[in-house]
Design a binder for this molecule. Structure first.
Ligand code: GSF
Length: 204
């Protein structure tokens, strides 16, 4: 099984952490999807990573589908509850966390990929607003709980940790750690785990 991805993508990181937590071996093949000569479309016509290539050649994307699949591959540490309501709760956390990364990436691409005359401050503002309201929601729902859902780490915590790590990596000016100490405490706890330290993005 091979994962095509990058060391900077929060979605790739989420999937790698899931595999590490599940203790399922995974090869990582690095691909720069932004390079002119990227071959990513040969595996994912959407041109995105992460992209999981199974041993028989079947390809699975996106990160939420891969994470869900990976959770079934070993009985170690169930990350998504089986009950339908609880499952939906954890997957909604994941969607919220991924959404923070989505908004961050859109805001960043505006500044890095578009020529200055085509950039829209209103668009960037819109994405920053999504990031801020989502952080507030995460903090509010987490409250004083040890984990996002239930009494053990789930995919919800992994996704939130990856989104927060992405903010530290790409948006160090967003002062979420001071504003939301409970999110910071969760993040620090996650960063004690080898799965998180091993997948930390390279220095910017
Ligand atoms: C998002 C993947 C994505 O945007 C998922 O897998 O969860 N919903 C998808 N990946 C980025 C890499 S990164 O910025 O994390 C990507 O591959 N973008 C290339 C493009 O053309 O959008």
């Amino acid at each position: 099984m091979k994962l095509i991805g990058s060391l900077t993508s929060p979605y790739v990181r989420k999937v790698r952490i899931v595999f590490l937590e599940k203790k399922v071996d995974l090869d990582l093949e690095l691909e720069n999807v932004w390079a002119a000569d990227t071959k990513i479309a040969l595996n994912n016509p959407l041109g995105k990573v992460p992209c999981l290539v199974l041993d028989d050649g079947e390809v699975i994307y996106d990160s939420r589908v891969i994470a869900e699949y990976a959770d079934t591959l070993s009985p170690v540490g169930k990350l998504i509850p089986t009950g339908s309501r609880e499952r939906a709760t954890v997957k909604t956390w994941e969607t919220l966390a991924d959404g923070v990364a989505d908004a961050g990436i859109l805001a960043r691409l505006e500044a890095t990929l578009r020529p200055p005359e085509q950039q829209s401050p209103a668009w960037v503002e819109r994405q920053m607003g999504k990031m801020n309201t989502s952080l507030a929601q995460m903090s509010r729902v987490l409250g004083e709980n040890a984990w996002c859902h239930g009494n053990q780490m789930t995919l919800a915590d992994i996704a939130v940790g990856c989104a927060l790590g992405y903010l530290l990596f790409r948006f160090p000016n967003i002062a979420w750690q001071a504003q939301y100490p409970n999110l910071d405490a969760l993040y620090q706890k996650l960063m004690q785990r080898p799965s998180f330290t091993e997948t930390a993005p390279p220095a910017a």
